[in-house]
Design a protein around this ligand. Structure first.
Ligand SMILES: *[C@@H]1O[C@H](CO)[C@@H](O)[C@H](O)[C@H]1NC(C)=O
Length: 480
């Protein structure tokens, strides 16, 4: 009978254990071997206070030392606690360089680790080198900046991991923070994992277009399997911004991105920079033609606005509708003041989200009409920037306080009106289309009826003719 008790059925045990608080989980972990695995997994899944957790499992004598050097404690408990740990999230409460000497051996002991994430600025040179030696590690990611913790940007400024043969043998995705030359150096290592399919680079500072092009060429050469690439310069208060932006001639243009067009598997591409890029509507066609498998494409839709509108217009959307049937998320920075006269030949089929960021807009009616021909009914239009507070403070810090700020708000208000009107207009268009289709069906039916009648009429005429001929020949016979 006892073998049928709920706690002997592992699914039920898991379910029951998932409702326990940390203290009870720690108790459960000490009951028996089979409970211990399940309870420890649940305990380690989300650790926000490591010393407290360790104390729950095994009370220790000198907690005061733990706060200053809890990394040392980590390694003491590793053999006991974590041989089977597969997921680990480290939210730093202190800059990584202060605890690196303890964290590195701890990481090296996690032989089965598959998923690792850490606060931004936590992936220092030494941490990445340690992670590169874990045989099962699939995924290295950074926590969203909201959970920035006490990471320190200085810890990644000199990011120069040295990879050895067999580095990251099982890794599919890597995210890290670095300057572009450092990122290029890491990716160009002969031991950078060639099976990598997803790469996220949190860019620490803006580089010249040629330096960026070099990074893209390196990614093309070192990551033949890449499907998902994100190069993200975040606009937030602690980031260096140049005011005004670099001259257009030194900003990324289509030639900068061209090396990536050889990466034919790309389905996801995100790129964020400080100011608008030197890209025209024609250049967008090149992106769309090069990457027909695109599903998610965000191209710098929320840069710092300038006095000149961006080069790309709403017409930049058209090639993506034409060439990328699977595209569900699209974000561009456009000058929507000049609504194109071009009528969209093909609407989007899969588009669920259109992000227009800080794009300028004036005539909301013509913009709404244009988009209504292009977007499916359930497509969400999103205006504005990712983190408005961080963006605003960053602009304050950079001394950008002129009329661009209120202008951005005006654009946002106008886009919000488009957001409201768009589904109404799309629905009206759809009703009109179905009405037209119905009328066309009626016209076709009438035409068919008419042609059937005409056929019958011709038949009758033929019969009549035949009778006449018969009769005439009968007359001729009788007179002769
Ligand atoms: C913008 O990029 C194009 C290449 O696509 C280049 O010919 C042009 O000179 C650039 N514009 C400026 C102002 O430098």
């Amino acid at each position: 009978m006892s073998s049928l008790a709920p706690w002997n059925i592992s699914e039920l045990l898991l379910l029951i254990i998932s409702f326990l608080d940390q203290q009870s989980l720690a108790r459960a972990a000490r009951v028996c071997r089979s409970w211990s695995h399940v309870a420890l997994d649940a305990l380690w899944r989300d650790v926000d206070d490591l010393p407290r957790l360790l104390a729950l499992l095994c009370p220790y004598a000198k907690p005061s030392k733990l706060t200053t050097k809890y990394g040392g404690t980590i390694s003491t408990y590793v053999s006991i606690l974590t041989p089977h740990l597969t997921r680990l999230t480290l939210r730093l409460s202190t800059p990584i360089h202060l605890i690196e000497d303890d964290v590195v051996p701890f990481l090296l002991s996690l032989r089965k680790l598959q998923f690792f994430s850490i606060s931004p600025y936590g992936l220092s040179t030494k941490v990445v080198e340690a992670l590169s030696r874990l045989g099962y590690l699939k995924d290295v990611s950074l926590l969203p900046p909201g959970e920035r913790g006490k990471g320190n940007r200085a810890d990644v400024l000199g990011f120069q991991p040295l990879l050895k043969e067999g580095a990251f043998p099982a890794t599919q995705r890597i995210c890290f923070s670095a300057d572009i030359p450092h990122a290029t150096r890491l990716i160009s290592s002969p031991f950078f994992p060639s099976q990598l399919s997803r790469l996220y680079i949190h860019v620490l500072s803006i580089a010249h277009a040629d330096v960026l092009q070099q990074l893209f060429a390196t990614i093309r050469d070192s990551c033949p399997m890449i499907t998902d690439l994100r190069v993200d310069f975040m606009i937030h208060p602690h980031v260096p911004l140049s005011v005004p932006g670099w001259p257009l001639s030194e900003r990324p243009n289509i030639a900068t991105f061209r090396p990536l067009f050889d990466c034919r598997r790309i389905t996801t591409f995100e790129f964020r920079w400080d100011y608008a890029l030197n890209l025209t509507d024609g250049d967008m066609e090149e992106f769309a033609v090069a990457w027909p498998r695109l599903e998610h494409f965000l191209l710098n839709c929320e840069p710092i606005i300038e006095f000149n509108p961006p080069l790309a217009t709403l017409a930049a959307l058209l090639p993506f509708a034409r060439h990328c049937p699977r595209l569900h998320t699209l974000g561009l920075y456009m000058d929507a003041d000049s609504a194109p006269s071009d009528v969209p030949a093909l609407p989007f089929v899969a588009l669920r989200e259109l992000m227009v960021g800080a794009s300028n807009i004036n005539d909301i009616d013509s913009v709404t009409l244009f988009l209504s021909k292009l977007c499916p009914l359930d497509c969400k239009l999103v205006a504005g920037v990712r983190w408005p507070d961080a963006y605003g403070t960053a602009l304050d810090c950079a001394g950008i306080l002129d009329e661009r700020r209120p202008r951005m708000c005006e654009y946002w208000v106008l886009w919000t009106r488009v957001v409201e009107m768009l589904p109404v207009v799309i629905r009206a268009r759809m009703q009109e289309r179905s009405l037209r289709a119905e009328m066309q069906r009626e016209v076709d039916r009438l035409a068919l009826e008419k042609s059937e009648e005409a056929g019958r009429y011709r038949e009758l005429q033929k019969e009549l003719l035949a009778i006449r001929v018969q009769r005439t020949s009968a007359n001729v016979a009788s007179t002769s």
